[in-house]
Design a protein around this ligand. Structure first.
Ligand code: HEC
Length: 147
């Protein structure tokens, strides 16, 4: 069985490595907008991950802010995806627009879950469940809707 520590390391590596993804050369503005939103999602998730791994000091306010930020970004996700736009560099699957209600539900679910994680965060020990909730929300959508 994969240990929780290893799992967390993998999540942190995931968040860090996705930041290196090149979206240079994307010409479509709508595609660029949604990629930038996703990049902010990863940046905020990375802060939680790094605090958990003690790469940066624990800061309750900063952790809460990052979770609230992820929540706001998730709320905005359906707005930046609403218009069907494509680009050769895009990793979006066409089924997003065939099942847009479900796509919106997944965004809202992550928005709600990260907001309650922010509200319930009262110490270092709450970081782990908060990160797990966040990561599973990202994964749920990426598995179905991202190449
Ligand atoms: C409701 C769906 C959904 C949720 C929730 C979601 N994503 Fe995404 N994400 C996508 C889709 C679709 C793409 C592909 C966008 C494209 O290339 O057109 C993507 C792309 C990305 C990218 C690559 C962006 C780039 O520059 O190419 C990163 C990084 C990312 N997501 C991080 C996250 C993180 C971190 C979370 C959770 C905190 C998250 N996403 C939650 C749907 C989602």
């Amino acid at each position: 069985m994969i240990s929780l520590t290893l799992k967390i390391s993998l999540v942190v590596i995931f968040f860090s490595s996705t930041l290196l993804l090149a979206h240079t050369g994307v010409k479509n503005e709508d595609v660029m907008k949604r990629m930038n939103l996703m990049k902010s999602m990863a940046e905020n998730s990375k802060i939680i991950g790094e605090m958990l791994k003690k790469k940066i000091p624990f800061d309750l306010e900063q952790a809460k802010n990052s979770l609230v930020e992820i929540s706001n970004l998730s709320k905005s996700t359906p707005l930046v995806f609403e218009k069907m736009a494509m680009d050769p560099k895009s990793e979006s699957k066409i089924i997003i627009w065939e099942e847009f209600d479900n796509f919106r539900d997944l965004s809202n679910k992550l928005a709600d879950n990260t907001l309650s994680a922010a509200e319930n965060l009262s110490g270092f020990e709450d970081l782990k469940p908060a990160l797990m909730t966040t990561a599973s929300g990202c994964k749920e959508c990426h598995t179905r809707y991202r190449e």
